[in-house]
Design a binder for this molecule. Structure first.
Ligand code: G
Ligand code: G
Ligand code: MN
Length: 511
């Protein structure tokens, strides 16, 4: 069947849509968490760099102050100033050594006193700072030299790399930290390297000191963002997965709801869940039962008895209404066929049809089979076509109605008065009955205008020689009014509600 094939193809799209709606919050959430993690790492790197910068500046303040105090002594003999040099080393915690320079010659040192070594100002970044990898006293130990010069004299004060690498190690516990001075840079392990420092792959933050000629870089190794997320966000990930499951489930349910009516109805049709209910139609004068209208009910396994207004529109939309009506007619024939010997006059059996029945001639065969179940002449089949959705007259419809009439099938316009069919229309389709809509019957004795329309419809049907059925008769007063106006047939709760076959058949024998 084409319908099952279509629904099978839809199942794969349904699974994909369910997966997508489940994945969407997870993917979106992960993206947001990733950005959040990056932001957090960026902030952390910046804070670390700021803190390291502050510490280095504090240490360099020591060397700068010592150099300032010693510079005026440059040029004096070493013998005269060496105590002053040593005093600075003792008084200032971060100063490791102090030296005096004259004409680019280091001539006096706090450690050795008289000394002789050439000073190359090119070693110093911006003429001020030199990050060197040790000196003859302590080779392979980082050393930062601060240079202050004025004319021919100069003062050099040094800072032990031990303090520097401590800062890099202790402040940047989780962070990679580098101190850069000109072409040289110091890593946390205390080694001085030459050249451009490596780029820090994640959240790199570089700060240049406004006061001294150095800069600090902070950042994280490759993959740190994911590592951070894995460490910090497990509860959020569980939440995301929860949202994903909920959203996937919602997607699944919504799709099931929106795609299943026809699928569900096809299942119900095959399971025989659509059953006929019967409401008696009585003669206007004698009030004896003259026939019945067959009203479809869905005997749903979970929902119970479902009224047709809730599912007929879907059935029409999916084209299932035709096989559903066929099944209803077959059931009706099987139930009422055995009773046909007791029908005195032709018993009217009204079946509701829709515009989709009028697209082809299948209905003729269905009616032929229906009538064949009854003793010939014992029933009169009436097809009720609602006035709310009238059909277009075409070649097919004319053929259909001609063939139906030659079978002896009658046509009723249902809910008459609620649509706007013209006289021409009634003639074109050879209509036999008008079923006055219950809204007009309900207004008897209440609303003068509605009663006026009712009277007009009754008059019209008399003039056109149409049988007339009044629907929704609920009170004795309504029945009396309709009888007085020569309405041929009546239907309504006053005479009987729609009832299951067993009730209807047992009540039939009393009438
Ligand atoms: O009895 P009740 O509530 O069932 O009827 C509700 C509406 O459903 C009515 O307008 C009636 O015409 C329509 N209806 C009931 N049974 C059928 C059916 O078998 N086919 C169609 N097309 N309409 C039906
Ligand atoms: O096919 P049609 O639209 O005529 O269907 C008749 C509808 O009217 C069904 O829903 C049926 O249950 C309902 N009905 C039948 N008799 C009465 C009645 O006396 N009062 C009311 N309110 N509804 C009725
Ligand atoms: Mn009807």
């Amino acid at each position: 069947m084409p319908l099952t094939v279509r629904s099978r193809r839809k199942r794969s799209t349904r699974i994909i849509v369910t997966l997508l709606s489940g994945l969407l919050p997870v993917v979106l959430g992960c993206a947001i968490l990733y950005m959040q993690a990056e932001r957090t790492l960026q902030q952390s790197a910046r804070q670390t760099a700021e803190e390291a910068l502050r510490q280095f500046e504090l240490m360099l303040d020591n060397t700068a102050q010592a150099a300032h105090e010693l510079l005026p002594l440059a040029g004096k003999t070493c013998e005269d100033v060496k105590l002053a040099l040593r005093e600075q080393v003792t008084r200032r915690p971060f100063v490791r050594s102090t030296n005096l320079v004259w004409d680019d010659n280091l001539y006096c040192s706090s450690l050795f006193g008289d000394f002789k070594e050439a000073v190359n100002s090119g070693d110093y970044h911006k003429g001020k700072l030199w990050l060197m990898n040790g000196n003859p006293v302590t080779p392979n130990t980082a050393l930062l030299v601060y240079r202050l010069s004025d004319g021919r004299g100069g003062a050099l004060t040094t800072l032990d790399g031990y303090h520097l690498s401590n800062i890099l190690r202790l402040i940047g516990r989780q962070t990679l930290l580098l101190l850069q001075v000109g072409d040289n840079w110091l890593s946390a392990d205390g080694t001085v390297h030459q050249g451009t420092p490596p780029a820090l792959p994640v959240a790199q933050s570089m700060l240049v000191s406004p006061r001294y000629a150095f800069s600090v870089s902070a950042g994280f190794p490759e993959g740190e963002t994911w590592r951070y997320m894995a460490n910090q966000y497990p509860p959020l990930f569980s939440l995301l997965i929860f949202f994903g499951v909920v959203s996937g489930a919602i997607g699944h349910i919504v799709q099931k709801r929106s795609t299943s009516p026809s699928h569900e109805m096809l299942r119900a049709l095959e399971a025989g869940e659509f059953i006929p209910y019967f409401q008696p139609v009585v003669h206007g004068d004698s009030k004896k039962w003259s026939g019945t209208e067959v009203l479809m009910r869905w005997n749903h396994p979970k929902e119970g008895l479902v009224r047709p207004d809730l599912f007929i529109p879907f059935a029409e939309h999916s084209g299932l209404i035709v096989p559903m009506t066929r099944a209803l007619m077959q059931q009706t024939a099987a139930l009422l066929g055995p009773q046909s010997s007791s029908f005195a006059a032709p018993f009217h059996i009204g079946i509701n049809i829709t515009a989709s029945h009028c697209h082809d001639l299948e209905l003729v065969e269905d009616c032929r089979q229906f009538l064949a179940t009854f003793i010939p002449g014992s029933v009169s089949l009436v097809l009720e076509l609602t006035e709310r959705e009238l059909i277009e007259p075409t070649d097919i419809t004319h053929q259909l109605f001609e063939q139906l009439h030659s079978l002896g099938v009658k046509i009723a316009i249902d809910d008459f008065g609620t649509g706007h069919s013209s006289l021409g229309y009634l003639r074109q389709f050879n209509v036999d009955f008008l079923k006055i809509d219950q809204s007009f019957v309900a207004m008897i004795g209440i609303d003068a205008l509605s009663r006026h329309i009712l009277d007009t419809i009754i008059e019209l049907s008399a003039k056109l020689d149409l049988g007339i059925v009044a629907e929704g008769v609920e009170t004795q007063a309504q029945a009396e009014y309709l009888t007085a106006h020569h309405v041929n047939f009546m239907q309504g709760y006053l005479f009987g509600k729609p009832m299951p076959a067993a009730d209807f058949i047992s009540a039939l024998s009393h009438h």
